[in-house]
Design a protein around this ligand. Structure first.
Ligand code: NDP
Length: 331
């Protein structure tokens, strides 16, 4: 799911003029409402910077699509993603953060203060900008995958798994996400096929062990999805190609894609340096981008760790970096 809507390559400068749109000035604008965005908001609010957070299309970010979080320090019994994000939001609001529903649709970062168009209807003019827009799930790119999106094809087992109780489903991918999704679905569904294009899993040893010890998960190594089959009522099968080049058919009703993520940086690309995948580049050890006054934190700038705790840590850094930037320039 896109957190922030990308624009076509020629649009940013045009749209960013925001001709005729109402404007509002804020000191610190934070885009994104995952652990990075809310942690930045908590720190910025406590520094009296009156931050405004725009939540994006998926309020609470990716954690709201997971079930239990067992690896965030401070929760010995674990916590659900939704609960944690609600708590973070309340904590940010307690110190005066204004949290708004809305989507950043264009930017003009060519000069300070920065201009960010929200929902193509108003412009926020910000002295400092913190980008915490996260990353979005990738899809395989098959025509039939697109056709059945929302009708059997999903990128979020914890969101949609419930609909496939007692049925046979497939998960594609060989990383931690795929293993986690397959394990989650194994508790709901009758059978889970895990489709892995290589002869091994990329996931951590612990995740692999969970998959291999779950009786109703069958790992299909060296299999590639060729087609998802279905009719008016949704998905009813898939065609895979095995390592010998043979086509194999399976009856399934749910097809879950778990092959990684795309950083939500498209609207910033005309101004900010990114790597080849699109992750925003920051000065090592800081959240500073190549534009002074614009900071990036969380998954949108992190191709390596991508954890809630690292996102939260970098959100804290972004708020401190923004506070220093504003202090030095006496905004
Ligand atoms: P990864 O990039 O780690 O893995 C993506 C997987 O999808 C790989 O196995 C890759 O195959 C496969 N893949 C990619 N493209 C295709 C394709 N077109 N067709 C078939 N397969 C494809 O992404 P994840 O989302 O799994 O994990 C991202 C990061 O988040 C990792 O660092 C991970 O450790 C972390 N994470 C941690 C969790 C935890 O600790 N609880 C839970 C979930 C994620 P190949 O191996 O061949 O490249």
């Amino acid at each position: 799911m896109d957190l922030f809507k990308p624009m076509d390559s020629n649009a940013p400068k045009e749209a960013s003029k925001g001709a005729g749109m109402p404007e509002e000035h804020v000191k610190v604008l934070i885009l994104g409402s995952g652990p990075a965005g809310y942690t930045a908001a908590i720190y910025a609010a406590r520094a009296n910077l009156s931050p405004v957070v725009y939540e994006g299309i998926q309020p609470g970010g990716q954690l709201t699509t997971t079930t239990e979080i067992d690896n965030f320090p401070g929760y010995p019994q674990g916590i659900t993603g939704n609960e944690m994000m609600e708590d973070l939001k309340k904590q940010a609001m307690r110190f005066g953060t204004e949290v708004r529903f809305g989507l950043a649709t264009a930017t003009d970062l060519s000069q300070s203060p920065f201009r960010v168009t929200i929902d193509e209807e108003k412009v926020i003019v910000a002295d400092a900008l913190i980008i915490a827009t996260g990353a979005t799930a990738k899809y395989l790119g098959l025509e039939t995958e697109e056709k059945f999106k929302g009708q059997g094809v999903s990128a979020c087992a914890t969101c949609d798994g419930f609909f496939y109780r007692g049925q046979d489903v497939a998960v594609v991918g060989g990383g931690d996400t795929a293993c986690e999704e397959a394990t989650y679905l194994s508790g709901i569904c009758r059978k889970v096929y895990l489709i892995v294009r290589k002869p091994y899993l990329r996931a951590s040893k612990a995740m692999q062990d969970r998959v291999f010890s779950t009786p109703n998960i069958e790992v299909l190594f060296e299999h590639v999805t060729q087609e998802i089959k279905g009719d008016m009522s949704g998905v009813n099968g898939m065609v895979l190609v095995n390592g010998k080049g043979e086509k194999v058919n399976f009856d399934i009703t749910g097809f879950f894609v778990a092959i990684g993520h795309h950083p939500n940086s498209d609207i910033f690309k005309p101004y900010l340096d990114t790597d080849e995948v699109g992750y925003i580049k920051t000065v090592p050890g800081t959240t500073k981008t190549n534009v002074p006054g614009v900071f990036a934190c969380g998954d949108v700038q992190d191709p390596h760790y991508r954890q809630a705790i690292t996102a939260a840590g970098s959100g804290c850094m972004a708020a401190i970096d923004a506070e220093r930037y504003l202090g030095e320039r006496k905004f």
